[in-house]
Ligand binder design. Sequence first.
Ligand code: FMN
Length: 219
Amino acid sequence: MNAATRNDALMNALDAHSLLRGRQSIRRYHAAQPSTASITRIFESVAYAPSAHNRQPWRYMVLFGSAAKEQLALAMGRRLAADRSRDGDASDPIQQDVERSSQRITQAPVVIIVALSMVEMDCYPDQFRTQAERTMAVQSTAMATQNLLLAAHAEGHGTCWMCAPLFCPDEVKTALSLPADWEPQGLITLGCPAQPGRNKPRKTITDFVRFAEPHDAPG
Ligand SMILES: Cc1cc2nc3c(=O)[nH]c(=O)nc-3n(C[C@H](O)[C@H](O)[C@H](O)COP(=O)(O)O)c2cc1C
């Protein structure tokens, strides 16, 4: 690698680090719709995520229109209310929670359901390996979705992952008529940020990394 190429590679690496460190979850958006071209570019980068056996088990349903978002929010809200009533929670906070969740879905310019499919993953006769294979599909889908969040950030959009579909997968499938093998894992709201993200505290690397031996290699 000559010096100019090395400099380019270093600049690209610095850009990549600043992209990784600049993304923040965004929870309020302007009404403007991102272009279809921009959303397409994002999914083209999603396709480059690593995956177990390269099976690419991730699936995404993109909602632009208000009817689908409202139908989804209604179905998810009903399930949330039913679960919380069964927990014995009071009706006012339940209603507030349902309303807050519904607004986040219906007011996001784009909502993307994150799902996985086990159809192309390996099958095993025992529970332990079956579970490991499922975990690999979940891991692969999370990696692809991190690509989605970062590609959206590179396009100038804000995003936020919401876990709620994991708690009401059947309602999400029915509300959106998802294919039978799609297993909802979460949803992403996406749009032009109406307020900045919050600076969340970060662990220092000594809190979560251990080096097996002294590490002072050059470069
Ligand atoms: C698996 C997962 C589930 C999440 N679920 C929610 C959620 O339901 N609602 C929400 O507002 N944020 C949710 N988040 C966003 C996190 O709260 C956020 O990433 C974290 O606080 C760090 O902030 P940052 O994304 O701005 O760096 C989720 C993130 C992940 C990775």
